[in-house]
Design a protein around this ligand. Structure first.
Ligand code: PMT
Length: 222
């Protein structure tokens, strides 16, 4: 399926959350289960692509037929793994929910509770994986996701432009939508178009997404 456009193409997919360690027992994470990204990796492999899946901490078995899986924990590790895998890739699809910030320092020992006192965590900004790829002169066709709780279209179009993407898949999250669930609903945006993918199982949505990526890829890179 996918009109054979992706046949033999190198596709890198990121999936899942990142965990930013605070100390040996605590971390900052998010609610991504990895299901959306794993479904996208599976659909890309079904379309004949050679898929590398870079996964944050998730409890999911690898999809069949992917060429390689790299497991990471933090945003910095995901950044390094994606940068290396994407160096000779044709397409990068960023479905991971990458932490925007990490604790300034990781405590070597478990932080002790100071009864009655407030605790302040200092956070440092993480690199933006998509933006750093698009800043490279030769880079893969870039597909981002946008997880928004409001103003979905305007925030998604802003990310499409600001991060220099070829396409963005926007999903409304919160109220039991998007994260963790078996189904999702997506609106795709590219520079001069959009497409509505109504609520469906993530496996079905992933195949529709891959069809759209194949036809846009053919239009701009074919
Ligand atoms: O994993 P599931 O439980 O199945 O849930 C799926 C999902 C809701 C996590 C997924 O569909 C989704 O929307 N993933 C992106 C979530 C997200 O972090 O969105 P964002 O709007 O914060 O980031 C926008 C884009 O920039 C994303 O493609 C993200 O991978 C990328 N990004 C973000 C931060 C960063 N430092 N580097 C990045 O590349």
């Amino acid at each position: 399926f996918g009109d054979r456009v992706l046949h033999g193409k190198k596709v890198v997919v990121s999936a899942g959350p990142t965990y930013e360690d605070i100390d040996p027992v605590r971390f900052i994470g998010n609610r991504s289960s990895g299901r959306m990204g794993f479904a996208v990796a599976e659909a890309a492999a079904q379309a004949g692509a050679q898929v590398t899946l870079v996964a944050g901490p998730v409890g999911l078995a690898s999809p069949p037929n992917i060429a390689k899986r790299i497991d990471v924990r933090s945003a910095a590790q995901m950044h390094a793994a994606v940068t290396e895998a994407a160096a000779d890739a044709d397409i990068y699809i960023g479905a991971a929910a990458v932490g925007d910030y990490r604790p300034n320092t990781i405590a070597a020992h478990k932080l002790k509770k100071q009864a009655g006192a407030e605790l302040t965590l200092q956070l440092a900004e993480n690199p933006d994986i998509l933006a750093s790829l698009s800043a490279q002169r030769a880079h893969p066709f870039l597909v981002g996701f946008a997880a928004e709780t409001q103003n979905v279209e305007s925030y998604a179009r802003d990310k499409l432009q600001r991060k220099g993407l070829d396409m963005i898949a926007a999903n409304q999250v919160g109220d039991g939508m998007g994260f963790e669930t078996a189904d999702n609903a997506i609106t795709l945006y590219w520079v001069d178009g959009s497409a509505e993918l109504p609520r469906a199982d993530k496996a079905i949505l992933a195949r529709q997404l891959i069809e759209h990526i194949a036809s846009r890829y053919k239009a701009v890179r074919g």
